[in-house]
Design a protein around this ligand. Structure first.
Ligand code: HEM
Length: 154
């Protein structure tokens, strides 16, 4: 049976992606149209950060309550040899935490930046975080680690 945490972690990914995309689009259009930084820009990155925070919490719950810790204590050598285990224990966890750190560094960096550089800073921090998230999701096309696009409570 799938856990509530797994369903929520799967569903919340869409919130992360929607608000991440919104923040990145705002950054790009802001640079292209030399628009001044607006409340809308701030809102997009705030929602992106909030969804990343919630996702981190559910990710950590899954990590510490699932089979993963036992696999680690059985030996990292075995984990690294198995593509599926390596993905969830090392790659997914590390890249998503890195993305989370970038989002958290990005918000104050944008706040401190001058009016001319705010959108560039937005694109730098949130753009890289967004790419890391996209490439670290276990999409159904990723044969070895494939997970569904959507889960629902049952
Ligand atoms: C933006 C951040 C994140 C996104 C978008 C994300 C997305 C996902 C998705 C889509 C899945 C597959 C869910 C399914 O099977 O339907 C997954 C699984 C998983 N994620 Fe994340 N994740 C993020 C952050 C994290 C973090 C920070 C951790 C903690 C280390 C984590 C730990 C896990 C684990 C352990 C699984 C496998 C759960 C299991 O089947 O036991 N995730 N994640």
């Amino acid at each position: 049976m799938q856990s509530t945490q797994l369903v929520l972690h799967s569903l919340l990914r869409w919130g992360v992606l929607i608000f991440g995309l919104w923040a990145v689009i705002n950054a790009i259009t802001g640079i292209l149209h030399k628009r001044s930084y607006s409340a809308n820009d701030n809102r997009s990155s705030l929602f992106f950060m909030i969804f990343c925070d919630i996702q981190l919490i559910f990710g950590l719950i899954l990590f510490f309550t699932g089979p993963w810790l036992e696999k680690i204590t059985n030996g990292m050598g075995e984990v690294m040899k198995n593509a599926y285990d390596r993905f969830f224990v090392v790659e997914h966890a590390f890249m998503m935490i890195l993305a989370w750190v970038l989002v958290h560094l990005g918000r104050p960096a944008v706040k401190k930046a001058t009016a001319e550089t705010k959108h560039k800073k937005m694109l730098l921090f949130f753009g890289i975080a967004f790419i890391l998230i996209i490439i670290s999701i276990p999409w159904p096309i990723r044969s070895e680690v494939a997970r569904p696009m959507m889960r629902w409570f049952n």
